[in-house]
Design a protein around this ligand. Structure first.
Ligand code: FE2
Ligand code: FE2
Length: 290
């Protein structure tokens, strides 16, 4: 098999062919792939190729067709959020269930990020925008891999438990509008990860599972940076369109996100990512009236 050296690893022929199609085509293949391991491989290959200047933006004169739904493995069984069985929270079973739910969130994050990259690639943006999102897309794949490895260490695998199918809704709801996508995905959903991260890390540490706690530390650190990237491009787009960032954020979240934005907030981590209370406090059930 003809392979091209890529550091220590090699890039298989099919990946070389996919990379030749340009960034939006790679993004599409990642979202379409039903095997999570293939999503991870492609995301890693795309990041190296992009960072080394071997992957071009391709033809972005018109919108790139992205799949309505991502490819998924046969397992886990996907259930509507309301049909999900109550999760065990204690003991090793509880930790496995927590890590399994996290693996599912990270796999969705892989698809949501590459969907953002592919779907909106025709909008002229500075090259830093693509550098940022390609990095995020590869880091989400790395998170999925790290959590999957912990599932394996605990004797199981991603797919052993049912997972809920509600996360893709946010991607669907914002498929026509980059500004709405930025408001809902990094600045509501990922910011929520900053709120719950520290207590999850503490409880894993207390139960003696230092290895899982260490994985969550990596994810928490990276997610803070992802929220900062979301903030940077949300502000950039607001400036481009001449609209006020906070009021626009409130409008877009109310129109595209179901339910209130829930406290308690990790105000400090949010502020470190540039997400100040004026953005999210008015969206809580007790926030300013509409
Ligand atoms: Fe992540
Ligand atoms: Fe993230």
């Amino acid at each position: 098999m003809n392979q091209i050296a890529d550091g220590e690893a090699t890039v298989p022929d099919d990946t070389v062919a996919i990379l030749a199609g340009g960034l939006p085509a790679v993004a599409r293949e990642i979202v379409l792939a039903s095997d999570p391991a293939q999503k991870v491989r492609l995301a890693n290959a795309a990041r190296s190729a992009w960072d080394e200047g071997r992957l071009s933006l391709g033809n972005v004169s018109s919108p790139h067709a992205m799949p309505a739904r991502p490819g998924r493995p046969e397992r886990p069984e996907l259930l509507p959020p309301r049909a999900m069985p109550r999760r065990t929270t204690s003991g090793e079973k509880g930790r496995f269930a927590l890590l399994h739910a996290l693996a599912h969130i990270e796999l969705n994050a892989v698809d949501m990020t590459w969907d953002l990259i592919g779907r909106f690639a025709h909008i002229p943006m500075p090259s830093q925008y693509f550098d940022d999102w390609v990095r995020v897309g590869q880091e989400e794949a790395a998170h999925f891999e790290l959590v999957s490895r912990r599932l394996a260490d605990l004797g199981g695998t991603y797919g052993d438990l049912p997972a809920h199918d509600g996360l893709w809704q946010s991607a669907q709801a914002t498929r026509h509008d980059l500004l709405a996508r930025l408001a809902v995905v990094p600045l509501v959903l990922e910011a929520r990860g900053l709120d719950v991260g520290p207590s999850m890390i503490a409880s894993l540490s207390q139960s003696g599972d230092k290895a899982s706690a260490a994985v969550l530390e990596v994810i928490y650190r990276d997610e803070k940076h992802h929220v900062a990237i979301g903030m940077r491009w949300f502000r950039f787009m607001c400036q481009r369109h001449g609209v006020p960032p906070e009021a626009t954020f409130h409008e877009l979240v109310r129109a595209n996100f179901r339910g209130p934005v829930k406290p308690p907030f990790n105000d400090r981590a949010r502020a470190e990512a540039g997400l100040t209370p004026g953005f999210y406090k008015p969206l809580t059930a007790f926030g300013a009236p509409r």
